[in-house]
Every structure is written in C-alpha cells, then in structure tokens.
Ligand binder design. Structure first.
Ligand SMILES: O=C(O)COP(=O)(O)O
Ligand SMILES: [Mg+2]
Length: 259
C-alpha cells in the first residue's frame, strides 16, 4: 500500500490526512485559488464588449466561465453577448470576431492586471508556511503567462514560487495532466508526492490524471458548481490551513520514516 492510499484509508474515507502525508512539492492553481481576479475579468471583458458594440455580460456569468483559459472565456462571452444582441452566435460567427475580441480583451486586462485582484485570505501566509517547511512550489494556471506573471509579482506572491506555468506554456493545459507532470519534473518531485491545490474540476481532473493528490478550495469558482461535487482528497477554506497540516519536507538524503 502506498503512503497516499494508507493516509486516504484513515478515519475520514476519501479524504487525505495531510498531517500524515509528506509532500515533496506543492502545485497551486492561480485564479480562484490564490487570487480573486473576478473584478479584473469583468473589467477586461466589459472593455472588449464595449469596443465591439456588444451588450455587457454579468459578473456571476463570468464567474461560471473562468478557469479554462482566456480563449475559452473570450469565445464563451462573445457567444453570449452576440446572442443577446440578436446576432448570429454560432461557432463561425464567434470565430470571425475572435482575433479582434482577444486583442481588445488583452488590452483591457493589461490596464488593470493586478490592480483589482485580491489575494484570498490565508493564501500568502500559506505560501510562507510551505516555504518555511522546505516544500517547493510551482503555480500551474490556465491564464496566459503575459497576464499571470505580472499578477503574481504585483500581489507579492512571486518570491515564494519557484516556477510559473501558464495556459500557453505548453501545447496542452489543464484538465490535461501535462503541465502538472512538467512542473513535477522541474521541481524534482514525484507526482504521487506532489499535492495539487486548486479550485475547480479542471484542477482535480488534471491532478487525478497526473497521479497527484488534490485538495480544493471552497471559495473558488469551479464553473459555478458546488466544489464538494468534484472528486478530490479534501476541501479547504484557506491555503494556510493546508500548509499548517502538512509535515515539513525531510532534508535531502533522509530515508523515509526518519524524523
Ligand atoms: O481560466 C483562466 O484564465 C484561469 O484559470 P486558472 O484557474 O487555471 O488560474
Ligand atoms: Mg482556478
């Protein structure tokens, strides 16, 4: 039995007892996990739609679409707005406007990147605690690097994170396991000993396929669905709470079981 299975079969079936499980590394999602970026998405998309002469889309509708990358977000919002304007909104109509919409979206987002976003309570402390325990971290987001990089820096999270991978870092993105596997490779950790912390089914699916245990934040977006409907190893209200439970990483060279 692996240590993960052993910890899972403890007194809370289906849940991973983090205090009994030594993490070699942690992977973190960005939007909805570390940072609340809903207001930035809202402003950038409003800028895009205004410039295209299309009606606005509500914030709660945007919250349900976030998490699958900018292209998916822009295509979905375009289709919604075109439909509301009484215009054709099939795939061909959306594709015809896609490049223009993306350019407007990036321009709108670039003006507010990091300014309207807030770090979720406990996220920064959580990163500090993980760092103090010697656990290396990487951020694996579907947000493009050009937006993710300044955001992480502006919000003061960058110094705690070894690597950042965006939705455009590789050919495949979450829910594909590829970015998680590449992050593990770079961190020198085995997937089975690397904890993914996310906020959506996208993160959970990618982690399951990569063989990483996964815990999910209750405050995130998750495509508008209750988070506990997603198969995961635990559900938490703050990253701080996760970080405090995990044991410190044993020094390099220590044998399993050694203090
Ligand atoms: O869809 C996005 O742009 C952000 O997604 P994330 O939740 O992977 O950070
Ligand atoms: Mg997310």
């Amino acid at each position: 039995m692996t240590a993960v299975t052993a910890a899972l079969s403890a007194d809370r079936p289906g849940r991973l007892d983090l205090s009994q499980w030594a993490a070699e590394a942690v992977l973190l999602d960005l939007d909805g996990t570390l940072i609340n970026t809903l207001d930035e998405f809202d402003v950038a998309l409003a800028h895009m739609l205004r410039g295209m002469g299309l009606p606005p889309v509500a914030k709660d509708e945007i919250a349900r679409i976030i998490g699958k990358g900018s292209e998916h977000l822009v295509r979905s919002v375009l289709a919604l707005a075109l439909g509301r304007a009484g215009r054709a909104n099939d795939a061909a109509a959306v594709e015809a406007r896609f490049a223009d919409a993306m350019a407007r979206y990036y321009a709108g987002y670039g003006e507010v990147d990091g300014q309207l976003a807030t770090v979720f309570p406990g996220a920064l402390d959580g990163l500090r605690v993980l760092h103090g325990k010697g656990i290396p971290m990487a951020v694996v987001t579907n947000k493009p690097l050009r937006l993710a990089e300044p955001l992480l820096a502006t919000k003061g999270l960058a110094p705690w994170v070894q690597f950042l991978y965006g939705g455009d870092s590789f050919e495949k993105r979450k829910p594909d396991p590829y970015p998680l596997l590449k992050a593990c490779e770079r961190l020198g950790s085995s997937p089975a000993r690397t904890l993914m912390i996310g906020d959506s089914s996208n993160d959970a699916l990618a982690a399951r396929a990569a063989g990483c245990p996964v815990v999910l934040m209750r405050y995130g977006f998750n495509h508008g669905l209750p988070i506990e409907t997603v198969d995961a190893d635990g559900y938490f209200d703050s990253i701080d709470a996760i970080a405090r439970q995990l044991p410190a990483r044993p020094p390099a060279g220590a044998k399993p079981g050694q203090p």
